[in-house]
Design a protein around this ligand. Sequence first.
Ligand code: AMP
Ligand code: GLY
Length: 422
Amino acid sequence: MRVLVVGSGGREHALTKKILESPEVSEVFVAPGNGGTREIAHNVDIAAADCSRLVRFAKRNRVGLTVVGPEVPLVLGIGGYFDYRSQKMFGPGPGAAMLEGSKNYAKTIMKRYGIPTGESSLFAEYHHAIDFLKKMPPPYVVKVDGLAGGKGVVVTSDLKEAEAAVRRGFSKSEYINPHDLVLIEECLEGWELSMLAFSDGRNILPLVPAQDYKRLDTEKNSPNTGGMGSYSPVPKVTPELYEEIIESILKPTITAMAKEGMTYKGIIYAGLMITEDGPKVIEFNCRFGDPETQAIIPRLESDIMEPMLAVVEGDLSGVKLKWKPEVCASVVIASGGYPGTDHYPELEIQGIDDASRIEGVTIYHAGTTIKDGEFHIAGGRVLNVSALGKDFGEARERAYEAVSKIKFPDMCYRTDIALTGI
Ligand code: AMP
Ligand code: GLY
């Protein structure tokens, strides 16, 4: 079978590599892909958000399954472009993808079906939101309703900053899919966890838990990023907590979506805060997490095509996942200036081959391209260095030894990935 992977990050390189291991798969196309996917698959020059061209490409090239990595095409409704009888796509349809596409929709579903989450208030009027902020005690959590590329959430104790976030939320030009709605939420306290599961619309098949590192470095108030690393499993997740998350959050959400007529097929990603009162949902995503996937996939023993095809066919009930006993730490290497700029010099990256020869290590590319036969920087987050190990001590040692072999000017990375796992 031919597979088309949509996207260009470390998540898509990890998915591509894993999909290629399947005996079901003859060839993989990646649109638009990166330097890493170009080495193992066929990069196709179509943007991830260009839904109609992607569907035409899949049809013309007799692609058996299209796997959509990022949220933008899903929320733009790529599922609605596919004719499901003849063209298979892995990912929720346009209605179900609103679980990520509209924070207000997600909150409405959670409130209606008793799925644990923080309190929130919705505003369609700038002045009403500002008045509400002024009357409430800090800290403030302000969210834009639509997709915002990771920039739509502000958590702050500074009223001026919260007001500025409300102002930006109502400025039409800044975000995709602006519904002109802003949410002000209760600030949840605890520790964060990402739990992902396959869903066929009725049954779920959970993946192993993971944690990501959202801040650029360990300093308090360090900028929020797309994610600077991840690890899996999360030792703090007891079997009881794992069950509670499945029974009180993941299963009821899929059932709720079915009742609403929004059958949810694909990956459901719950971003959770584990509070003193138990797990609560911070947000849902309608896709694999990045960089969580880069710490989860190396641990997956099973053929990933089996659950993906079962999801598309609508019956996951017979599928089981087998996991390796090893743990995984995944370190993101970013360009200097990340996340403060969108322009990164196309510098040469050295040492990737040396680094990938270290036992247990896999390098997933994110912002890279191949120029004159060499890898060059093509984005803010450049590489993910994932390492398996018998424990987090070994995984970290291998990952950071690999990081030390990689060189380009001003590269930056966190040194504490998976340290909390030890
Ligand atoms: P998001 O972009 O929705 O993933 O949110 C970014 C980060 O903001 C989350 O990972 C949390 O650290 C924080 N956050 C979002 N909502 C809340 C909340 N209600 N309470 C506390 N922290 C939050
Ligand atoms: N790791 C956060 C996300 O994928 O949205």
